[in-house]
Design a protein around this ligand. Structure first.
Ligand SMILES: [Zn+2]
Ligand SMILES: [Zn+2]
Length: 195
């Protein structure tokens, strides 16, 4: 088992209330986010501020921690790849049991110390949307030319196509066209045609 350091971020010292059921302590603190808190498209940037409002309650089995954590989130919209820079507040609730208790489902206190980080990490990851969007109804990208439709809602493709894309699409059409009568019967036109 690792030994907690009382000076480490997210390690809380409960000695004032430990083993004194009915007592409680409230604390407000700000810590820097650890690395790797998030999912592929969205996460809490390392080193950004995490503001915690916590209540520690001494109960028979251990210390009940409840409260909220406010975090910054950054990532990319899954539809239009626009940068997302947002904030969210997650609820925390966890019972830390005293060492030696039978309950294996709960995290343990180490002496009077508890480590909030795994609980915080789980709460944040659970609360993050798996398909983050820049705005709830992000229309995504134009399938024809790739512009962000949110930037240009009137956007249509009529006669006037961007000349660069027009040239490109002609190139593709040229490639798709069979090279001169390959669909005719008779001798195969090339080695690739038959298996
Ligand atoms: Zn978007
Ligand atoms: Zn377009």
């Amino acid at each position: 088992m690792t030994t907690l350091d009382s000076r480490a971020p997210f390690v809380l010292d409960t000695h004032e209330i430990a083993r004194r059921p009915g007592t409680q302590r409230e604390l407000t603190l700000s810590e820097k986010a650890p690395a790797g808190m998030g999912v592929d498209m969205l996460g809490v940037p390392e080193g950004s501020d995490i503001d915690l409002e916590l209540r520690l309650e001494s109960v028979m089995e251990g210390i009940l921690v409840t409260g909220t954590a406010s975090v910054h989130t950054t990532g990319e919209c899954v539809r239009c790849l626009r940068e997302i820079d947002d904030e969210m507040t997650v609820d925390l609730q966890e019972l830390y049991v005293y060492e030696g208790d039978e309950d294996d489902d709960s995290p343990r206190l180490e002496g009077d110390l508890l480590n909030l980080e795994p609980v915080l990490r789980d709460a944040v990851v659970l609360a993050l949307p798996h398909n983050p969007l820049c705005v709830p109804d992000c229309p995504g990208l134009c399938p024809e030319c790739g512009v962000r439709l949110a930037d240009d809602p009137e956007h249509t493709h009529g006669e006037a196509v961007d000349p660069r894309w027009s040239a490109l699409s002609q190139m593709y059409e040229g490639n798709d066209r069979p090279a001169g009568g390959s669909d005719a019967t008779g001798p195969g036109p090339g080695p690739d045609e038959e298996k």
